[in-house]
Design a binder for this molecule. Structure first.
Ligand code: SF4
Length: 213
């Protein structure tokens, strides 16, 4: 049986909780070291009846500051792709597999780093809670780490992005490039990566409309 004592927070869904309840508890989570030296938990954002869920990797600097996923440069690129595909972001639920910003000090600056396996494992119950409460019809995985969490460790983004999959929990899953990955491409491959991201999101929009969600 799950229970909480004192200030301890048990990651994941407790009986009878709403999405807002879970988000409120996640604000006090200390289940991995990432909570320290960050501004806040960046829980998923969007309406609790959203039918399309976007899952990225982890918050960055702007997200840590504002407490909302995908509001920095990668989020702006994502917003462009969503707008071009005719998807209204306010109708979607956007989250990450890890809810605090992973960073490493380089000189005097904090640089984003990929989350460790142990951090992803510790945070997974929060993502499971989001999936259980929203029960999205479509999940769009942004980047390989999110895709591997939803589609399994064998998933190969280079070979399998842009294809539709089904899981026991989600009937329609597609994975594409992470917008932050697109932004760090050298000039000669930037446009191709951007076009791939935009085309995959356009495909998700077609499925979204076909399902009349
Ligand atoms: S990253 Fe996830 S598991 Fe780690 S402290 Fe933050 S909310 Fe808790």
């Amino acid at each position: 049986m799950l229970f909480e004592t004192g200030d301890e927070v048990t990651p994941g869904l407790l009986a009878g909780e709403t999405l807002a309840d879970v988000a409120a508890r996640a604000r006090r989570c200390r289940a991995c070291p990432l909570y320290a030296d960050n501004t806040q938990t960046v829980f998923g954002h969007g309406p609790p009846d959203a039918r399309l869920m976007l899952i990225g990797e982890a918050p960055g600097e702007q997200e840590d500051r504002q407490g909302i996923p995908f509001v920095g440069p990668a989020g702006q690129l994502l917003d462009q792709a969503l707008a071009e595909a005719g998807l209204a972001r306010e109708r979607l639920y956007v989250t990450n597999i890890v809810k605090h910003r992973p960073w490493v000090l380089q000189g005097t600056r904090r640089k984003n780093r990929p989350p460790r396996v142990s951090e992803i494992r510790a945070c997974r119950p929060w993502l499971d809670a989001e999936l259980a409460l929203l029960r999205p019809q479509i999940v769009l995985c942004l980047g390989a780490p999110a895709a591997r969490e939803i589609l399994g460790k064998e998933f190969k983004l280079t070979q399998q992005r842009g294809q539709w999959f089904q899981t026991p929990q989600v009937p329609h899953v597609l994975a594409t490039l992470h917008p932050a990955y697109v932004l760090i491409q050298p000039p000669e491959s930037l446009e191709a990566a951007r076009a791939t991201l935009f085309a995959d999101i356009a495909e998700v929009a077609r499925r979204y409309r076909a399902l009349a969600l």
